[in-house]
Design a protein around this ligand. Structure first.
Ligand SMILES: Nc1nc2c(c(=O)[nH]1)N[C@H]1C(S)=C(S)[C@@H](COP(=O)(O)O)O[C@H]1N2
Ligand SMILES: [Mo]
Length: 296
C-alpha cells in the first residue's frame, strides 16, 4: 500500500530503513562495530527502540518543569537556533562552534542506546550524533585537563523552570576526561534521523549510556576542560543522593529507593537493571580498582 511522503513519520522511515538493513545487524550495529566494539552489549541494537512519541512525551528537563509529562509542551517555543557552543579551559585551542560548523566537521552516525533514569525507568533511544572525543580533540586538551565540565544554556525568559530554585542554574554536569574520551560518549544532534526535538535537548546534548540519565546533559552551551572535578547541579542539590560518577549500578541503592530494577517505558513488568546499564564490557575498565560504593 502506498502512503504519501507527508504521512510518513520520521520514526516510520527510520524503522523501514532499519528493517531493510536487517533488524539485528543494521546501520547502528555497523557503526558501533566500526569502532571496534563487539558483542551483544556493544549497543542496544537488538532491543526495540521506544517510539518517537514515547521519547518525546516523557522528559526530565527541569529548565521547563519537574513534571515529565508537560515538558514537551512548555519547550515548544524554545529557540534552538542560532546556537553557539564554546569549548575552552585547559586546551591549546579554545574555540566556538556554530551548529552547522559541527555538522560540516563531524560525520553523524546513528546509535541505539539504552537510557536509564536514576528514578527507575528506562527507554531505548535511536540517537544521531558524533563522538564527544572527536570534538574535544579538536581543541587539544593540555596536560592539566583532567575533567570536562558541561554547561546548559541559561535562558529564563524561554525556560520557565529556570525562574524557580529547583536546581542551581545553568544546569551543569561533568565527566572525567577518560570517560569523556570513551567512544560510547556521544554528542547528540538528532533522534530517529531527524533534528533533536526541543524537549530532548535541542540542538545539542550528551548521551552517556552507561550512566544515569542526569549525566546526559541537554542544550549544551559550554564545554570547559578543568584540572579539578566540577560540582554538578545535582551534586550541589543533594550530594548524598547524586555523586559525580552517576554510573548505573544495581548494587548501590539511591538513599530513597532500590536501583535493582527498572520499568521500560511502554512496559508493565519490571526488568533487572544491569551494571553500567549493560555496557560493562566496554566501560568497566575505566573504574578498575575503584570502590564503586564510595564513588557512586
Ligand atoms: N539541562 C538538562 N539536562 C538534562 C536534564 C535536565 O533537567 N536539564 N535532565 C536529565 C535527566 S534526569 C534525564 S533522565 C535525561 C532525560 O532525557 P530525555 O528527556 O531525552 O529522555 O535528561 C537529562 N539531561
Ligand atoms: Mo533522570
Amino acid at each position: 500500500m502506498l502512503i504519501r511522503p507527508s504521512e510518513v513519520t520520521p520514526e516510520r522511515v527510520w524503522q523501514e530503513r532499519r528493517s531493510l538493513l536487517g533488524a539485528a545487524a543494521g546501520a547502528v550495529a555497523g557503526a558501533v562495530a566500526g569502532l571496534g566494539l563487539h558483542g551483544p552489549a556493544a549497543g542496544a541494537e537488538t532491543e526495540r527502540p521506544n517510539t518517537l512519541e514515547q521519547i518525546g512525551r516523557y522528559n526530565n528537563y527541569y529548565e521547563f518543569s519537574s513534571n515529565k509529562e508537560v515538558v514537551w509542551k512548555l519547550a515548544e517555543d524554545f529557540k534552538p537556533a542560532p546556537w553557539t557552543l564554546v569549548v575552552e579551559g585547559e586546551v591549546e585551542r579554545p574555540r566556538s562552534w556554530a551548529i552547522d560548523e559541527l555538522h560540516r566537521r563531524f560525520a553523524q552516525e546513528d546509535r541505539v542506546y539504552r537510557l536509564r533514569c536514576v528514578e527507575g525507568w528506562s527507554m531505548v533511544v535511536p540517537w544521531r550524533g558524533f563522538a564527544l572525543a572527536e570534538l574535544l580533540k579538536e581543541s587539544r586538551p593540555n596536560s592539566r585537563a583532567k575533567y570536562v565540565e558541561f554547561t546548559s544554556v541559561l535562558r529564563p525568559a524561554e525556560m520557565i523552570g529556570q525562574r524557580l530554585a529547583t536546581l542551581r542554574w545553568p544546569y551543569t554536569e561533568g565527566l572525567r576526561i577518560d570517560e569523556a574520551m570513551h567512544p560510547l560518549a556521544l554528542v547528540v544532534t538528532g533522534l530517529y534521523g531527524q533534528p533533536l526535538p526541543n524537549q530532548n535537548g535541542a540542538p545539542l546534548r550528551l548521551a552517556v549510556p552507561w550512566k544515569y540519565g542526569f549525566k546526559s546533559i541537554k542544550a549544551i552551551a559550554r564545554i570547559r576542560l578543568l584540572e579539578t572535578a566540577p560540582v554538578s547541579s545535582w551534586m550541589n542539590a543533594a550530594p548524598s543522593e547524586y555523586g559525580f560518577y552517576g554510573n548505573v549500578n544495581p548494587e548501590v541503592p539511591h538513599p530513597r529507593w532500590t536501583q535493582k530494577r527498572e520499568v521500560r517505558i511502554g512496559e508493565v513488568a519490571k526488568r533487572a537493571t544491569l551494571p553500567f546499564n549493560g555496557y560493562a564490557d566496554q566501560v568497566a575498565s575505566l573504574y578498575a580498582g575503584m570502590d564503586l560504593q564510595q564513588h557512586f
